[in-house]
Each structure stands twice: as C-alpha cells, then as structure tokens.
Design a protein around this ligand. Structure first.
Ligand code: GLU
Length: 286
C-alpha cells in the first residue's frame, strides 16, 4: 500500500508552494490508489499557532484535497516522542547539551539562519554537567555521532542509503548514499518540549507506515539525518520524492518568511481552486 503525507507546520498561512507540495503528494497517492495523510507538525510552541492549523484545514479543503483519517497533531503525542528519545538515551547514544543557541553560534561563527548547522559541541565535562543539573538548568538531548557510529558498526555506518524517486537540488536521483554526519550531533529533544523535528518526523513516518515521503527539495539534506535515526531505531526506510520549489514572480522561492502571498489572500482576491490547480500543473484532477 502506497502511503504518503503532507506535513505542514502551522507557523503561518499556506502559500502557493505549500499548495504545490500538497497537490504533488495527494496526486501521487491518488495515482497509486494509496493513502494521503495530513500531519500537523506543531511541536515548536514558540512558532505554531492554533489559528494557522485552522487555516491549513481551511486552505486544503478549499483546494478540494481530502485526506485519509483524522489529521495527526504532533503536540498531542509528546509522550510517544519522549519514549523514543528515552530508548536512544538508555542505549547511551545521546548527551545533554545545556548550551544556548547563542553559545553555539558564537562557537561556530555566524551560521546562515535556517541552515542545517552540522555542529558537534560534544558532552560537557562531568563536573560542569553535574553543576548545571544541580542548578536545574534546562538541557537538550543531542545525538552523539561517535556513539551512533560505534553502535551501528562501520559496515552499516558507511553503507546507509536512500532511494530518491524525485531529485535533489543538484539533480541527485536513484539510490543515494547517506552522509550520517550531515546534521552533526543533531538535537533530538529540545529544552522546552523534549522533542525536535527530525525525531518527530521519523517517528511519525514509521508509526503511520509512510512508504513515500514527498516534500520539497529544501528538505533533501534532512534525509541523511532522518535515515540515520531510522537506522538507529530500526524503523523502515521510506522512498523519497523531493520536488522542485516553486519560484515567485521575482524568481525567489516562496517562503513564509518572505510574506509570500497566501492562499487565503489569493482566494479573497477571487482565485478559484481550479485556476490554481491549473497554474500549478494539476488541471486534470491530478
Ligand atoms: N513540517 C515540515 C515543514 O513544514 C515538513 C516535514 C517533512 O515533510 O518532512 O517544513
């Protein structure tokens, strides 16, 4: 059974790029006679808002996209993610990180905002960690690449791969090697919520039986990190289909932070779902 998903984060209203992504996944599910799931990735309490979640449902309904079963809201399942984090911790694969984002940025120089920072700050010295713990300082859990490598062994560590049925930003396609170091000692549990993106997304893809991850090329590099987590957790490897990113009239890609025109605004301006589907290349109902 072909199972794919659209997994937006409710950090703003959806724009045309989201519509393209949702239509791409939905059409693939329809073409394969499979299932299309909707997942609300709202684990970042500082950026996600209930009104944006309501906006996602409203916009997808307007686009005439239907999804199988109820949408899964990640913030309702923090206990599941905590259990996955705990299982990695119990295997000695994680270490506590009390550093602030600012500490990390200062240590590595100015990293471009939003880029995946392959930082590896390493565990704190034992005495320092004990003092911070005693002070009740908040900490994140980072994956130790050193411990992960030991746990998996060289053959697995150097042999991980994924199947790209779409294309990466440089045209990468087919069976591709994983770079397990791509995300550095990635944070798997944030200080505030006890979970982080790569852990939640791989947990849910496994739990929901997702066979095909269909998403934009902006997440291509995340695939290596996610394949590493899947391998450590014994979760199955989905196939990946990264799609191109839509560019706006100025040639730059649509992004929430650029305040791109939202579907809500386009709708208010009289755009019909049929016209938008046609513009995005989905005119024959997928
Ligand atoms: N929630 C992520 C986003 O909004 C997408 C996750 C994924 O498709 O893997 O960018």
């Amino acid at each position: 059974m072909f199972i794919t998903r659209f997994a937006p984060s409710p950090t703003g209203r959806l724009h045309k790029g989201h519509a393209f992504s949702a239509l791409t996944a939905w059409s693939a599910a329809k073409a394969a006679g499979g299932r299309f799931l909707l997942r609300i990735e709202d684990i970042d309490p500082t950026r996600c808002k209930p009104e944006y979640e309501a906006g996602i449902l409203e916009d997808l309904t307007w686009l005439e996209l239907d999804w199988d079963g109820p949408a899964r809201r990640q913030s309702d399942h923090l206990g599941d993610y905590a259990a996955a984090v705990e299982s990695l911790r119990a295997r000695g694969l994680l270490y506590r990180c009390f550093r602030t984002r600012k500490d990390i940025l200062n240590a590595i120089g100015d990293a471009p905002h939003g880029a995946m920072e392959a930082v590896r700050p390493g565990p704190h010295p034992a005495a320092e960690e004990a003092r911070l713990l005693a002070d009740g300082a908040p900490f994140a859990w980072r994956l130790s690449l050193d411990r992960a490598r030991e746990a998996l062994g060289e053959t697995i560590w150097t042999g991980m791969s994924f199947t790209e049925e779409g294309a990466g930003p440089d045209g990468q396609t087919g069976v591709l090697p994983v770079d397990p170091t791509a995300g550095g000692d990635v944070v798997l549990a944030r200080k505030d919520t006890g979970v982080a993106y790569h852990l939640a997304v791989t947990h849910d893809d496994a739990l929901q039986g997702v066979t095909h991850v269909i998403r934009g090329q902006d997440l291509f590099a995340a695939t290596s990190v996610q394949r590493l987590i899947q391998t450590l957790m014994g979760w199955p490897a989905p196939a990946y289909r990264h799609h191109r990113l839509l560019a706006g009239p100025d040639g730059r890609r649509y992004a929430k932070r650029d305040r791109s025109v939202t579907l809500a605004e386009l709708r208010a301006g009289g755009l019909t779902p049929q016209a938008l589907r046609a513009e995005l290349g989905f005119s024959r109902g997928g």
